[in-house]
Write a protein that binds this ligand. Structure first.
Ligand code: PRP
Ligand code: URA
Length: 209
């Protein structure tokens, strides 16, 4: 069974608190999403593969360990997942980026796919699926289904806020993946929004409400 990591780092908690506030501007929300993605990504990338490389310092030749950058893929779930991409790329600039487009049907709350484009060699990569919200879990489960159908195997899921229902659903559907969460919330409301949550992450990132 994959592990669930909930961050208790004060910087992450502070920034998530700012993102929850309803009067936080779109600009600030977007900047905070990038900062939290970097802070979370620092820990979520702890087990990334390294390779030995020979380099020359001003003193001598030596062997050092460097990231196998070409082995990483970041896959945001459109559209709110895009808010995590820049923060992750700041950490692993050579990573490839795939996209999975899903939206929740407003009536059924079921995910509807509209786009999927992944790096050709996705089966070789350590994949970070990113989305700020894990509510019912439907979108994350569907996105990871698509990625696995296309050969992806080594998958980590990262989100800002998760409801207990979403964590359970995702773990049941994909018991092999690790889940990184900045904050675990109480429950879902009747519209399947996370409570207390931060509202609609896509609207808050892009000012569409
Ligand atoms: C949001 C969010 C997740 C999904 C989570 O996307 O970014 O993808 O809802 O909900 P779930 O766990 O119940 O599936 P939304 O469907 O609002 O689309 P958007 O990012 O385009 O706004
Ligand atoms: N999607 C969001 O953007 N927010 C929620 O609270 C639930 C799903």
């Amino acid at each position: 069974m994959g592990k669930v990591y909930v961050f208790d780092h004060p910087l992450i908690q502070h920034k998530v608190a700012l993102m929850r506030m309803k009067d936080t501007s779109v600009k600030d929300f977007r900047e905070l999403a990038k900062e939290v993605a970097m802070l979370m990504g620092f820990e979520a990338t702890r087990n990334l593969p390294l390779e030995e490389v020979e380099i020359e310092t001003p003193i001598c030749r030596t062997r050092v360990r460097m990231l196998k950058g070409e082995d990483i893929a970041i896959v945001p779930i459109l559209r709110a997942g895009l808010g995590f991409v820049d923060g992750m790329l700041a950490l692993v600039p050579n990573a490839k980026v795939g996209h999975v487009g899903l939206y929740r049907d407003p009536e059924t709350h079921e995910p509807v796919e509209y786009y999927c484009k992944l790096p050709k060699d996705i089966e070789k990569r350590q994949i970070f699926v990113v989305d700020p919200m894990l509510a019912t879990g439907g979108s994350a489960v569907a996105a990871i289904d698509f990625i696995k159908k296309r050969g992806g195997r080594n998958i980590t899921f990262m989100c800002l806020i998760a409801a207990p229902q979403g964590i359970e659903t995702l773990q049941k559907a994909h018991p092999d993946i690790d889940i990184y969460i900045a904050s675990k919330d109480e429950t879902l409301d009747e519209n399947a929004y996370i409570v207390p949550g931060l509202g609609d992450a896509g609207d808050r990132l892009y000012g569409t409400k």
